[in-house]
Structures are given as C-alpha cells and as structure tokens.
Ligand binder design. Structure first.
Ligand SMILES: NC(=O)c1ccc[n+]([C@@H]2O[C@H](COP(=O)([O-])OP(=O)(O)OC[C@H]3O[C@@H](n4cnc5c(N)ncnc54)[C@H](OP(=O)(O)O)[C@@H]3O)[C@@H](O)[C@H]2O)c1
Length: 303
C-alpha cells in the first residue's frame, strides 16, 4: 500500500497510538495491525515478558523491536500511568478486561476502573480518540457484572468529550480454541442445549476492525466472523477437524446457574465470571460479518 494512503500516514508523519491490553489475545493482534498500517505504537504493559511471548490460541508475540515503545504501568493504578499519553498521542486503544481471573480483582476494578483511568488520562492530554472494546448484545445480558462494567466505560466515553469508537464483537476464536482443546481430550462440555448461535471472529480480523474504527467516523462498530454456528456445531466442527468421533456432554442451564451461584457464595468475582460463562451458553450473538478467517481453517491450524 502506498505510504500516503496508510492510516498511520506513513513514515514521515505517523500517527501515534497507545495500545492498552497489548498482552492479551486481541491486543497482541491490534498492536501489530496498527504497526503494519504505519502507526507509531506505544504498548502499555505490566510485564514485558508477557508482551514478548506469543499468547495462547495463536496470538502473536510482540518483540520489543516490532513496536516503537514499551510503557510499563498498571492501568488499575493511575499513579503508574504518568506520561503514558505524552508524545503527543493521537489514539488510545483499550482491550483491557478480565477474561480469565488471575489477580483476585473484580470487573469493577479492572474492566471499569482501569479503562476509566485511561479515559481520565486522555481528557487531561491531547489525545483525540479513544477506541474501546466492549461486547455485542450487551442489552441481553445487562445484569451481569462484566456487562455493567463495560457499559459504564461506554457511558463515560460518551460523556467525556473525546472522539470515540466502541467496538462490539461477538465471541473470539480464542474461546473456540478452548473448545478444540476439550475435543482433543475427547469430550466437549456445553452449557445449555448448545443451540444458541453466534459468529466468533479471529483476533487478526477483529484487529483490522479495531484499526478501521480508529480511522473511521462510526461511534459504534459491531463485528462477527464469517461463520454463524451453534455451540453444538462448533463442537462437531472441532471433532471433524480432529478426525475423531465426538462426545458432547450437556450441562443443563438450571444446574450451571446453581453452580455459578454456589461459586459466588465462596468468591463473588469467580461467581460473576461463572455466571457470565453460563449466560453466554444461553444467548445468541450474531454480528455483521467482518471476518475472513473461517473457524475450520483456524481449527486446522491449531490441530
Ligand atoms: N472473549 C470474547 O469472546 C470476548 C467477546 C467480546 C468482548 N470481549 C472483551 O474483549 C476484551 C479483550 O479480550 P481478550 O480475550 O483479548 O482478553 P485477554 O486476553 O484476557 O487480555 C486482557 C488484557 O487486559 C489486561 N488486564 C487484565 N487484568 C488486568 C489488571 N488487573 N491490570 C492491568 N491489566 C489487566 C491483561 O493484561 P495482563 O496480560 O498483564 O494480565 C491483557 O492485556 C475484554 O474486555 C473482553 O471482555 C471478549
């Protein structure tokens, strides 16, 4: 692509972007996508080692020489973010959120407050635009703690005075990779009857959507992948690609919700995470097709 047509404006006058969440599944693809389009990229991380190693489910490594600057800080601790948006920075992208619990923190503390801290920083600097990754169909699952946290960020962004884009993806291929892992072990567990339909998207395809959102004018961008499948069809596809007969075990919703409540009594955050996983087994989530990579080709790559 000629330099002058690139979103990052080419080598002489690149746009500057901060990528927060760059150690995660989506963030790793996004950092590379911004760089490939000619942006000057600063990655926020609390661990250089996590940045440098590939993530699970084909998320690429980000070696230090593949981006322009690494900023060490913890988005939950604003005092560690001083200077993050200096440069100046044109765009801040964030996919910070809890998808697997590691720190004992809550959705409120990470999915909301960490992103709120970034918004505050942008408002106090010359940042023009904030690109935030929320979720598709939030209105269907508005009672969940993760949804409340994400949508509070959306509300704050709407009132911030910043230009913004909210990306609302359906499921990620990383979660489908977890289904393939179960299939490799011989049995896939499904929550509910497995008939709910969704169109998950590859991290690389979603990264392109996110950078398009940074460059476009749409305040809300919904996105899904090329295949609309039920959970059961995903499991069948995994067994088909592995070339072995499939065993699917269904966990009834009433039991799964009961279990999530019980877990919640022991640990509220784990309970909230469990309730989210159970609810995802119940609702549909089909977004506009913005992906090129099929789930079959992804499973073939992983298998
Ligand atoms: N999976 C899906 O199907 C799906 C669908 C729609 C929306 N989403 C949303 O998309 C976003 C990104 O998902 P993902 O799969 O890329 O998540 P991920 O792989 O778990 O990455 C999450 C990022 O958030 C950071 N983070 C987590 N806890 C933190 C903390 N206490 N302090 C600072 N940073 C912290 C992680 O940093 P560390 O590496 O340092 O922990 C990582 O960079 C999430 O908000 C998720 O809710 C996911």
């Amino acid at each position: 692509m000629p330099e002058e047509n690139r979103g990052g404006l080419g080598a002489d006058n690149p746009k500057h972007v901060v990528v927060a969440g760059a150690t995660g599944y989506l963030g790793k693809f996004v950092a590379h996508e911004f760089k490939n389009r000619g942006y000057w990229v600063r990655a926020l991380t609390r661990s250089v080692a996590s940045l440098e190693k590939p993530g699970p489910f084909t998320a690429p490594a980000i070696p230090p020489d593949s981006i322009d600057e690494i900023f060490i800080g913890e988005a939950t601790k604003p005092e560690t973010l001083k200077g993050l948006c200096e440069g100046p920075i044109d765009v801040v992208f964030s996919s910070i959120g809890i998808s697997r619990q590691r720190d004992g923190l809550t959705f409120e503390q990470v999915d909301y407050q960490a992103n709120r801290n970034l918004i505050d920083l942008c408002c106090d600097s010359d940042v023009r635009k904030f690109v935030y990754v929320s979720m598709l169909g939030a209105e269907q699952i508005a009672d969940l703690e993760i949804t409340k946290a994400h949508e509070r960020v959306v509300n704050d962004l709407e009132r911030s005075g910043l230009e913004y884009a909210i990306v609302r993806p359906s499921g990620y291929f990383s979660d489908m990779g977890a289904v393939l892992d179960m299939a490799k072990r011989g049995r896939v567990l499904l929550v509910g009857d497995g008939t709910n339909r969704f169109n998950p998207i590859h991290g690389a395809d979603l990264a392109a959507v996110c950078v398009d959102a940074a460059e476009g004018d749409d305040p809300v961008v919904e996105a899904g992948g090329p295949d609309i499948l039920s959970q059961r069809e995903v499991a069948e596809l995994a067994f088909d690609v592995l070339g072995k007969p499939g065993k699917v075990t269904v966990i009834p919703l009433w039991f799964a919700y009961g279990l999530a409540r019980f877990i919640g009594v022991l640990n509220r955050q784990f309970g909230d995470l469990a309730k989210f996983i159970v609810t995802a087994g119940e609702v549909d989530g089909v977004g506009p097709d913005r992906g090129k990579i099929t789930l079959r080709s992804y499973f073939e790559e992983l298998a």
